[in-house]
Write a protein that binds this ligand. Structure first.
Ligand SMILES: [Zn+2]
Ligand SMILES: [Zn+2]
Length: 437
């Protein structure tokens, strides 16, 4: 029997696992509200009331492990206890019993970091005063909107946990849908729209639907943007040694390189970019991208002295300054409606997107709501206005240049040289094979 109201409805793409939580009605479990002075022991009650399907699942678990810990396993499990499982760190996998899936997926609480089978009910019991929980509870039950809000908050909690796993290498990734076999956590990437974690292979397929669902445009470089959300594997986000050796030490000393070296966000951006593209020849590209960003900061500071780094540019109130600065760096002419350097205007938007992802990840990790709000509103305004403010003219300029570029055909002398070479090469090959004798 299918659970009547699923929590956290998501795309159909990942129909490999689903939560058995009964969605909209968690607030009606008044009998499960903890009484005053009650500790987490009360959560034992949580495991008692189940849907038929859930009971089935739990029976399966009992059959598998007939131990006293059956009730314990439905308790809230702290993230500390999950750290004990660090020996098998990877990804939460699906449990099977008699060839049937056991519905025991635990999600991570956005507020306290604890893992629970029924995360929505967990919020209603332990975090009912949180604004985000109130917003969910105020929505009518069994509605699409409520289910979506629950899914959003659940995914955010899981992403917060996953960012820690990626950063420390300890614990297990909580994926949107659990695989049937254990995988390396590095095979997973977060979706920038819904915050769910998916395998690299699935991410772009998922985002085709997810971006439409969120009314947003899908980026061309899906994995690249997703990787920028993941913190450094080192305990702290720091500038990597390879960035110093391969990029910073070789960068020409000028005003722009000084700007690069003093802006920690640009340095972290460069470190991540180099980590994702460690090939030797990519160092020059990384250097160029960092310099492009520094040029933007310098131009923005000329217009607004309160801007000290790229971080201050990611602000709703500074959007017009950012647009004006990009136009200035790219040499925009309002009379000709064209750019001197159109590729700069076209590409800098992608770099800004990566800084946005970087700051999003930071805000989520440190639970900095003001930074999260600031980044989100900048992202929204950029999405709505960037193409007509900046990139449309850039594309137009590039197309125009391509059209006007003379199509040079090879001269007769060069063709003669090539023909002679091919003939002599053919003779050599024949001799070598002994066919000319
Ligand atoms: Zn909690
Ligand atoms: Zn998504």
């Amino acid at each position: 029997m299918k659970s009547p109201n699923r929590l956290g409805e998501s795309s159909n793409l990942e129909a490999t696992d689903e939560s058995c939580e009964s969605s909209g009605d968690y607030s009606s479990h008044a009998e499960m509200q903890p009484s005053k002075g009650v500790s987490c022991e009360h959560s034992k009650n949580i495991g008692i009331k189940k849907t038929d399907r859930y009971s089935k699942g739990k029976t399966a678990v009992k059959n598998k492990k007939p131990v006293d810990s059956d009730i314990e396993s439905t308790d809230l499990i702290s993230s500390e206890s999950s750290e004990d499982e660090s020996s098998n760190w990877g990804v939460q996998t699906v449990n099977m019993c008699n060839d049937k899936r056991v519905w025991d997926k635990k999600d991570c609480c956005f507020f306290c970091g604890k893992l629970d089978f029924k995360i929505a009910r967990h919020w209603s019991i332990w975090h009912k005063d949180e604004l985000l929980v109130k917003k969910v509870e105020n929505l009518p039950k069994l509605t699409k909107e409520r289910t979506q809000k629950i899914a959003e908050l659940r995914n955010k909690g899981n992403l917060k946990h996953n960012l820690n796993v990626w950063a420390t290498g300890k614990g297990q990734i909580v994926p949107r849908k659990r695989p049937s076999y254990n995988e390396n956590s590095s095979h997973y990437l977060p979706c920038e729209f819904c915050s769910g974690s998916f395998t690299r292979k699935w991410l772009s397929m998922h985002q085709k639907k997810c971006s439409k669902k969120h009314g947003r445009e899908m980026q061309r470089r899906v994995q690249s943007a997703a990787k920028m959300m993941i913190p450094e594997v080192a305990a702290k986000q720091q500038i990597s040694e390879s960035l110093r050796i391969k990029v910073l030490s070789r960068m020409i000393s000028d005003e722009i390189s000084l700007e690069v070296k003093k802006d920690s966000d640009i340095l972290i951006y460069g470190s991540r970019l180099l980590r994702n593209h460690p090939e030797e020849h990519q160092a020059l590209l990384v250097s160029q991208k960092m310099r492009d960003m520094a040029k933007l900061v310098i131009a923005a500071r000329e217009r607004d002295s309160s801007i000290t780094g790229i971080r201050q540019c990611i602000d709703n109130a500074k959007f017009d300054t950012v647009v004006a600065s990009v136009r200035a760096v790219a040499g925009y002419s309002s009379q000709l409606e064209s750019y001197e350097v159109p590729s700069y205007a076209r590409n800098i938007g992608f770099e800004i997107d990566k800084v946005i992802a970087q700051l999003c990840s930071e805000a989520l990790k440190s639970s900095d709501n003001s930074l999260a709000d600031k980044v989100k509103s900048f992202k929204d305004i950029k999405l709505a206005s960037w193409s007509h403010e900046v990139t449309n003219v850039a594309h137009h300029t590039l197309k125009k240049r391509k059209r006007n570029r003379p199509n040079l055909i090879p001269v007769a002398e060069d063709l003669k040289k090539l023909s002679n070479y091919l003939k002599s090469y053919g003779v050599l090959v024949k001799r070598h094979c002994g066919k000319d004798q």
